[in-house]
Design a protein. Structure first.
Length: 138
């Protein structure tokens, strides 16, 4: 009986030590959908056809920025690098933890050419808040 108790205690200690090294997502998550509306996110994916999409950002803590920039960099396979494609500016509530970005008066959030894109959410100092990849096809 004491053997089982000792094994149980050892397993408990291992779980406590291992559990202390587990960390939750420490950055906001950026992902994509076709649209966002009264029904929430529609068509979540990382692959879309050429045109307009909606970007979603979800965080466990306030984003803490009022003015942000979304930047698209497009992959150039001939040079094996990502190159600047375009940017869009937005104003959000600094206390936001869940934000969607879609077409507005200042930006159309459109991908005009097929390819692989890195998408960045940047603060006013051009520091990356979060980023993600998306593929655009015809």
């Amino acid at each position: 009986m004491s053997y089982v108790r000792n094994i149980s205690l050892l397993l408990f200690i291992i779980l406590i030590i291992a559990g202390s090294n587990i960390q939750s997502q420490n950055k906001p998550v950026l992902y994509f959908c076709e649209t966002y509306g009264a029904e929430g996110e529609v068509g979540i994916s990382d692959r879309f056809t050429v045109g307009k999409i909606t970007l979603m950002v979800k965080s466990y803590y306030p984003i803490g920025e009022e003015h942000i920039v979304i930047q698209f960099d497009r992959y150039n396979p001939a040079l094996n690098i990502f190159e600047f494609y375009k940017t869009f500016s937005y104003t959000i509530e600094p206390t936001s933890k869940y934000v969607f970005f879609s077409t507005n008066e200042e930006s159309d959030l459109s991908f005009d050419d097929p390819g692989f894109y890195r998408v960045f959410l940047l603060n006013t100092n051009n520091e990356v808040i979060t980023s993600s990849l998306v593929e655009i096809v015809y």
